[in-house]
Each structure stands twice: as structure tokens, then as C-alpha cells.
Design a protein around this ligand. Structure first.
Ligand SMILES: [Zn+2]
Length: 223
């Protein structure tokens, strides 16, 4: 029988309104197995450092990725996705030389500017998974292996080394509509059904060249 106690209370937003969902670590870590395979497509050297940039309210979305960092034999570190923690992002990049920075937001970029840090000096030579609001700004910065990460309500999708935007499709189903609607496929203490992700896109069932079996999304294309 499933123990209904929650380990964390996750949060996601639908049309700007916060929704909370109690979750268990094993539910979050279950997604990490597929994410690890997506992460391995980058062939980072064993023992590399990966910096995750997220907010406290996003623990349920990012815990699985942080577990995937451990599974693949890398070291994770993190910073807050805010202007005021951008100095920490710069400091970690300078001191720990992460191969990847995951989840950079526009607020991070504004914070770097505020503190007088050049994004090229901070991020050059690294793989950077940018949120949609930071993607354009980072596309103008030289020397970055620029990738995407998209929050899908209580889940995330992120690019593999072959450019496929994967989500944990063993755990989640995405249904087409004006925007993608997300439902849980596996047992959870908070079953979710038809959560509006606010993201326009289409799910592809074509296999990705990276070898991951997690499905991919094509953004901006309706089904
Ligand atoms: Zn892939």
C-alpha cells in the first residue's frame, strides 16, 4: 500500500495562479532515471559539476534533475533563480567550473548585469539550458552551448545533446489543445489530470537520435 505521507509540497502555476501538490521523493526520483539518460547524451566527463538554477517553489520539478546529476556520476550545486542570487551563479561558475548550468532565467541575466558581470565570461565554454525568457538574450552570447529547459506545470522538459526537448513521458502524459495539458500516468499521492501547462507545442513519438525513450516536444506547433 502506498504511504500517503508527502515528503515535499510542490507548486506549479496555471495562468499565474499557484497550485500546490504534495509529492513523495520516490515519485520525483522515478523521473530521474529517464532524465539521467538524456543528461548522458552530453558525454560530460565523470565527476563534472552541474549548476541548477531554480526557485524554492520549484523543488518538485527540479529534484528529479538533481537526482539525475547524481546518478550520472556528476556533482550538483545550485543557486536561486533570482536577480539577487546572480552573484552566486557567477561565483560558482568561477570557482567550480561547471560543465553545465541548468535553468537560467531572465532574472539571472538581469542580476548579472546589475552586479557588473559579463554573461560571456560567466557562461562561455559551458552548456547552458535557458528558460524561454532567457533564451533570446543568451543566444547573443558567444561561446555557449545553448539548450532549452521548459517548465510544464509540475514537470520539466529539457534538451538532450541531439536537440530533442524531452519530458519524463513514463510519468507524464501530454494532451494536445491550445496549450499542452499534463496528466500523471503513474501512481502519485496527488494524481494530476489535465493541468494546463500554458505551453504551445506538440508531442512527437519519433525516436530521438540520443537514444532516450522519453518523448520529445516540438514547441510552438499545435497538434
Ligand atoms: Zn534526445
Amino acid at each position: 500500500m502506498t504511504d500517503p505521507r508527502a515528503d515535499v509540497v510542490g507548486c506549479y502555476h496555471v495562468a499565474g495562479k499557484a497550485e500546490f501538490f504534495p509529492a513523495r521523493y520516490d515519485e520525483l526520483e522515478r523521473q530521474a532515471v529517464g532524465m539521467a539518460r538524456v543528461l548522458q547524451s552530453f558525454s560530460f566527463a565523470p565527476g563534472s559539476v552541474i549548476l541548477t538554477v531554480s526557485s524554492v517553489g520549484e523543488v518538485a520539478q527540479f529534484a528529479a534533475f538533481e537526482k539525475a546529476i547524481q546518478i550520472t556520476g556528476h556533482y550538483g550545486t545550485n543557486a536561486e533563480a533570482s536577480m539577487f542570487d546572480a552573484g552566486r551563479v557567477e561565483s560558482i561558475c568561477r570557482q567550480f567550473a561547471p560543465v553545465g548550468v541548468f535553468g537560467v532565467t531572465q532574472a539571472t541575466l538581469e542580476g548579472l548585469k546589475m552586479f557588473g558581470h559579463d554573461p560571456e565570461r560567466v557562461f562561455s565554454g559551458r552548456t547552458v539550458w535557458a528558460r524561454p525568457d532567457a533564451h533570446e538574450g543568451l543566444s547573443r552570447v558567444a561561446g555557449i552551448d545553448l539548450r532549452r529547459i521548459v517548465v510544464l506545470g509540475p514537470a520539466i522538459a529539457f534538451d538532450c545533446g541531439k536537440g530533442g526537448l524531452h519530458f519524463a513521458s513514463r510519468d507524464w502524459a501530454l494532451a494536445a489543445g491550445d496549450t499542452l495539458k499534463l496528466s500523471s500516468r503513474m501512481p502519485r499521492i496527488t494524481p494530476l489530470d489535465g493541468v494546463d501547462t500554458g505551453v504551445e507545442g506538440r508531442v512527437s513519438t519519433m525516436p530521438c537520435a540520443c537514444g532516450s525513450r522519453d518523448l520529445t516536444i516540438t514547441l510552438g506547433v499545435k497538434a
